[in-house]
Write a protein that binds this ligand. Structure first.
Ligand SMILES: [Fe+2]
Ligand SMILES: [Fe+2]
Length: 181
């Protein structure tokens, strides 16, 4: 199965866009993130590839960290706990989007709603967290983000996705990790 093959390539993979947090920032980020990251179903995101060699979990953490850091370093007034929680759950769709299988609809348009449904099954979300999850694909999806936290996550998601797509690619078939056949 493709997911398994891709998963086997994950050790030693290129990492997503991860900026360096100070110890104090790490501690604060952990306080907000840990309750979600302790949940086994949230950890299941590690089984699915998001872009290139980056898992969905790693992508979600990178997006949450980047949104958190922009907020802190630029002094943006924001509901930081909701920002981190919404960012961590924005791609909580729990399937391999590279496989069509029996999904209906286009992943780009439908996965924010699948992520929201999965998140609401496990956690009690506020309006801001729901908005972050459902609007993170804007402007592909029409509804504009309603809160500044949603805009931040939407932008951080695009930065991380571009980074992962261009700089975290899987080695091509028949080539080793440095691209020599
Ligand atoms: Fe997404
Ligand atoms: Fe994403």
């Amino acid at each position: 199965m493709r997911m398994q093959q891709r998963k086997q390539s994950l050790p030693g993979r290129a990492k997503s866009l991860r900026l360096k947090l100070t110890e104090q920032e790490q501690e604060l980020f952990r306080q907000h993130a840990e309750p979600l990251l302790a949940h086994p179903q949230v950890l299941e995101m590690e089984q699915f590839v998001q872009h290139g060699s980056v898992s969905c979990l790693e992508h979600s953490i990178a997006v949450a960290e980047l949104s958190f850091l922009v907020c802190r370093r630029l002094g943006v007034r924001a509901d930081v706990p909701s920002l981190v929680r919404g960012a961590l759950l924005h791609d909580f769709f729990l399937y391999d989007w590279h496989e069509k299988q029996d999904r209906t609809g286009l992943h780009g348009f439908t996965h924010p709603y699948t992520a929201l449904k999965n998140a609401e099954r496990l956690f009690s979300l506020n309006d801001l967290e729901r908005d972050i999850i459902v609007k993170h694909m804007w402007p592909l999806t029409w509804k504009r983000p309603r809160y500044r936290e949603s805009v931040l996550v939407c932008m951080a998601d695009k930065c991380c996705s571009l980074w992962e797509t261009f700089f975290c690619r899987l080695p091509q078939k028949g080539k080793n990790s440095i691209g020599i056949e």
